[in-house]
Design a protein around this ligand. Structure first.
Ligand code: FMN
Length: 272
């Protein structure tokens, strides 16, 4: 069966679908002058749905069922760059959390936004392990500290080694320098090297979406590195065979409010 189906009653032959297809496999001039995708190309289509998204007549039937539709054009009608810029600039890494659990429905709502993030050739390789049990998050912090203790006690060189002693001391004094006492973790995982970039993009979307739900998040860099190499932690996470942790984020309700936006280096641009 053809991947795309175009309604001849609705198609205005504007040719936009032939121009926006990322692989150029929708061709003009098919039967009755309709755009068409030659049969062998069905296999190549990445099912990004851009033909469907950009068709002004709604002539291309959906590739997947979706509950989302554009009522007005959010890119030109609603979205004020000032407002969006203020929202994005106000995002901060959150390292202090309320002792309050986020309900699973809210997390699913965020992930429903995040699944629209871009991925190479629309492979959508991102899988999620959501650690919802706060006690399990504490266990994961403890295992990450065990990993650090092993490295400190060994002759092993590690770029993070100089930081480890103070993190372990802080942990021994009752702090959680790994997951910062967050109630939950979002762990993006997948198979193969190609999954990495897409998982990082998806987590960036997660972090950016979080404040609109009243939540805050922070990347878990130490955890990510430990989860990629320390077998007891790998075993604890128990990902399906062939998959590995690509990156991690802690999240929950922030204890403190952001009042100011700190400065950053000037942008470095080369124009050609
Ligand atoms: C890949 C990556 C890993 C990070 N790992 C940690 C971490 O393990 N612990 C932590 O407290 N912050 C971590 N951070 C947060 C950075 O420290 C933070 O983004 C940076 O200081 C800028 O602050 P801001 O996010 O509030 O703008 C990480 C950030 C990134 C992008």
């Amino acid at each position: 069966m053809a991947t795309i189906s175009i309604d001849p009653q609705l198609c205005s032959h504007c040719g936009i679908c032939t121009q926006i297809c990322p692989l150029g496999i929708i061709l003009p001039g098919g039967e009755d002058d309709m755009p068409f995708m030659p049969d062998p190309m069905d296999e190549v289509c990445v099912k990004c749905g851009n033909c469907e998204a950009f068709c002004p007549e709604g002539a291309i039937s959906p590739l997947f069922s979706t509950k989302h539709s554009i009522v007005s054009d959010p890119l030109s009608d609603n979205m004020d760059p000032e407002q969006l810029g203020a929202y994005m600039r106000a995002r901060r890494s959150i390292r202090n959390y309320k002792d309050e659990v986020v309900d699973k429905g809210t997390i699913e709502e965020i992930l429903d936004i995040v699944r629209y993030s871009p991925s190479g050739i629309n492979m959508q390789p991102v899988n999620w392990l959501i650690v919802h049990e706060p006690d399990e998050v504490r266990k994961i912090s403890a295992l990450t500290i065990d990993w650090m203790r092993d490295i400190i006690d060994s002759d092993m060189e590690h770029p993070m080694k100089p930081m480890m002693s103070s993190l372990v001391s802080a942990y021994d004094m009752g702090a959680d320098p790994i997951c910062r006492g967050a109630p939950h973790l979002a762990i993006a995982y997948g198979a193969g090297n190609l999954a990495y970039t897409d998982c990082v993009i998806a987590l960036s979307w997660f972090e950016l979406s979080a404040p609109s739900f009243g939540l805050g998040a922070c990347w878990g860099g130490f955890l990510k590195v430990a989860a990629s190499s320390y077998q007891p932690l790998i075993d604890e996470l128990g990902l399906p065979e062939g998959n590995s942790v690509q990156h991690t984020m802690m999240f929950g309700y922030p204890e403190y409010k952001v009042h100011n936006i700190p400065g950053r280096n000037p942008v470095k641009i080369t124009w050609k």
